[in-house]
Design a protein around this ligand. Structure first.
Ligand code: GN1
Ligand code: MG
Length: 344
């Protein structure tokens, strides 16, 4: 990676790199150079087909903050010596460098409702900070990313064109997915209803995308690759999907999957506060639906990828994406059970 780092200046000559694990899509390293720390990320350009759009989006947001004199903390990329927001090298791809925010940390698992509250507050603040910015100005970095109708179509297509052995062994999962297809109608209903507003939306609200300070207060959100015009259900729903259970999508022992009601209420409270009254009544009444849509969508995406021979998410072992899909279905059931018993 050293030739990439050189593009950012001679101070990186003897830089050391340490991989940071986490995401399924991009690769990330912590870089130390001359006593300072940075984060280097290789953008997966099979998935983000036009990485320059990400950089443009971050610049548009930063310009907007400057124009309104906001002190909102947006982690912007460091430019190369040639003034570019991305370093590129044939065969290696696109890289971005950002400062490592001092005295900050990330967490991998949500252990307390306070953490869920802090994160939700940050994601709410992020959207509400840009309430005077026309979200439609942002580039769409991944087309149809959280479009449930499109994801459902991809799933039905995979049933026609995917791996026949894998498909024929998944009779039950396929039926389950189809039995929840009414969520696609609910999703379409949201899109048609103007009380659900198009806003600057993060689209990847997992806990490791929030920086915390050393007193465990949220500082800001990071990983702005999927910041696009979107709807509240994406950010709220993905928090439900990733904060409610102490397990994540890799858990193979489904008996450990549970929905922790206090964490649900912490998300609702934190996000509502962060949005500073911008949510419509209908949006406020749709927190549960947001969770349903996102959990279901992720399960569909994993199963679709399993049928498509793991081309999108990859797999470290045979059947990994099937397990992820089943895990998310099991989370979906726990989520609905918690609602029925009025815990959430
Ligand atoms: C991907 O790479 P990561 O973990 O930030 C995916 C999300 C999924 C998530 C599931 C661009 O995010 O939509 O929810 O995996 N991002 C993309 O773990 O597809
Ligand atoms: Mg991400």
């Amino acid at each position: 990676m050293n030739s990439i780092l050189q593009q950012f200046g001679s101070q990186f000559q003897n830089a050391s790199l340490e991989p940071i694990s986490g995401g399924l899509i991009n690769q990330t390293w912590k870089v130390s150079a001359k006593g300072e720390s940075f984060v280097l990320q290789r953008i997966n350009d099979t998935i983000f087909k036009e990485p320059a759009k990400i950089a443009t989006n971050v610049r548009l947001l930063a310009d907007h903050l400057a124009s309104i004199g906001s002190d909102y903390f947006l982690v912007s990329p460091i430019r190369t010596e040639r003034g570019e927001e991305l370093a590129y090298e044939t065969g290696k791809g696109y890289f971005r460098l950002t400062p490592f925010v001092k005295n900050s940390k990330t967490i991998q698992v949500v252990e307390t409702p306070e953490q869920a509250y802090e994160a939700a507050l940050q994601f709410g603040k992020f959207s509400s900070t840009f309430s005077d910015f026309d979200a439609k100005q942002l580039h769409v970095t991944i087309p149809n990313f959280h479009d449930l109708a499109y994801r459902y179509k991809q799933f039905e297509n995979a049933l026609l064109t995917g791996n026949p052995q894998r498909i024929s062994a998944c009779y039950e999962e396929i039926n389950q997915k189809r039995s929840y297809a009414r969520l696609v109608d609910e999703y379409n209903r949201i899109l048609r209803n103007p009380v659900f507003k198009l806003r600057v939306t993060h689209h990847d609200t997992k806990i490791s995308n929030v920086l915390f300070d050393l007193n465990n207060k949220g500082v800001c959100v990071i990983d702005l690759d999927t910041v696009m015009p979107g709807y509240f259900f994406s950010d709220v729903g993905d928090m439900m999907r990733t904060y409610l259970s102490p397990t994540n999508e890799e858990e193979t022992d489904f008996s450990k999957i549970e929905v922790r009601p206090m964490f649900y209420h912490a998300i609702v409270q934190g996000y509502s506060e962060g949005m500073k009254g911008a949510l419509s009544i209908e949006e406020q009444n749709s927190f549960f639906l947001a969770g349903q849509i996102l959990i279901y969508m992720q399960s569909l995406r994993f199963l679709t990828d399993y049928f498509n021979n793991d081309v999108y998410y990859g797999a470290q072992f045979e059947g990994q994406n099937l397990i992820r899909a089943q895990n998310q279905l099991s989370l979906y059931s726990a989520f609905v059970r918690a609602r029925k018993s009025q815990e959430i």
